[in-house]
Design a protein around this ligand. Structure first.
Ligand code: NAD
Ligand code: ZN
Length: 369
């Protein structure tokens, strides 16, 4: 078992990483000094696969103490937060309650916002069950839900008391969901970790096959990378923004398609390709580096098409995104594999030129050796 410390300004917590971590959750309850009832918040699918394992790991809960909710992206909204809070009230949960968020990023974001606000805040332990949640959303304390106008527009920074990350839970994750997390791992390589990028170039097939050796190398490395970034800039006043590489266009694609066409990582994959092309056209990214980024993304697998998405709707969504200021889009662009610049303003409307080019760029990268 590895223990990775996150020393965030709002609170320090550890991420426990290892095979079988879920079944050994009980000591964590002691570590966080729990005094109240424990509730597991989860989704039907995740609960079916892993609910009992966690329950046994915690040491047996009576059946009333889990709350199951829909974790589709289009249910990641205030209505779901309200429903969960009301169920907690009806079940008698008081201010000492401890919530386990067992699921992917959607469960984590919703349960996180519930924990931040229920009775003005209660204890939270993340138990991420997707690759995406293990390498990204369970660390850093961002919680939030979507509005029809845009993604993650209502939320709070709320650190968990602990994170329990067990790679064994990934065995039941559907292939497409698993690949979605790999795009976010590629992001870590591009924004600051050349060695990780090279590892992925050499071991992508092992990672796609969910081989333990590949996962055990990659996942703790991403956790450490994210921990280090949030330790220095928890509230995204500066450096943390680089984690949004690929998310400028990515979030806009999700919003423009009402969160129904793309998995988060898939939208980010298109977004990273877009930022890579823009940076290359702009003269800031050498062709060889651009080709390596596009090629690695293309090797992961198919992406949902961009058909019938208008550049105007993407631009509109980009302007209302949290990353924009005064309606002006700020880009995070790669300058080399392992290096990005943030806060770049581009003139005109690059999305109109960019969108039609992306499918061809993906096809070309697939054909490239
Ligand atoms: N808070 C943050 O810092 C942060 C960071 C990145 C992403 N996010 C958010 O995370 C969300 C995406 O999360 P995600 O990619 O984890 O997907 P997800 O939460 O949508 O889960 C994907 C699907 O997989 C199922 N699932 C989850 N774990 C499973 C398992 N072990 N076995 C079988 N099925 C399983 C879920 O029920 C769901 O149907 C987005 O809303 C995104 O905005 C938040
Ligand atoms: Zn993301």
């Amino acid at each position: 078992m590895q223990e990775i410390q996150v020393r965030a300004p709002s609170g320090q917590y550890s991420v426990l990483y290892g095979r079988g971590a879920l079944a050994q959750a009980r000591p964590v309850l002691r570590t966080v000094g729990n005094r109240g009832w424990v509730f597991v918040l989860s989704s039907p699918k995740v609960w079916k696969h892993w609910g009992m394992v966690l329950e046994d790991g915690i040491g047996g809960l009576d059946s009333a103490r889990h709350i199951i909710f829909d974790d589709r992206e289009d249910a990641k909204n205030l209505r779901t937060v309200e429903k969960v809070c009301r169920q907690l009230v009806r079940a008698g949960a008081d201010r000492n309650v401890l919530l386990f968020a067992l699921g992917g990023g959607v469960v984590g974001d919703v349960a996180g916002l519930v924990a931040a606000t229920y009775m003005r805040s209660v204890g939270l332990i993340h138990v991420p069950t997707t690759l995406m949640a293990q390498v990204d959303s369970s660390i850093g304390g961002k919680t939030g839900v979507n509005l029809p106008e845009g993604k993650n527009l209502v939320g709070a920074f709320y650190p968990p008391l602990a994170v329990i990350t067990d790679p064994e839970v990934l065995s039941s994750l559907p292939k497409r969901e698993y690949r979605s997390g790999i795009y976010e791992i590629i992001k870590y390589g591009v924004i600051g970790d050349v060695e990780l990028f090279q590892f992925l170039e050499h071991n992508l097939d092992a990672l796609l096959a969910r081989e333990a050796s590949a996962l055990d190398w990659v996942v703790p490395r991403c956790i450490r990378a994210k921990a280090e970034i949030v330790e220095h800039d928890e509230r995204e006043a500066g450096q943390r923004e680089i984690l949004n590489f690929g998310h400028t266009v990515g979030h806009a694609l999700e919003t423009a398609t009402h969160y129904r066409r793309f998995l988060h990582g898939e939208a980010v994959a298109w977004g990273m390709m877009g930022a890579t092309l823009l940076s290359h056209f702009d003269g800031g990214l050498p062709e060889a580096d651009a080709a390596r980024i596009l090629r690695l993304i293309a090797r992961v697998g198919p992406l949902p098409s961009l058909r019938n998405i208008s550049a105007a709707s993407v631009m509109q969504a980009m302007r209302t995104d949290k990353k924009s200021r005064d309606g002006e889009v700020r880009w995070i662009l790669p300058r080399a594999v392992g290096q990005v610049v943030r806060d770049v303003k581009l003139w005109g409307s690059p999305v109109h030129t960019l969108l039609p080019l992306l499918p061809d760029a993906l096809r070309a990268a697939r054909g490239a050796k």
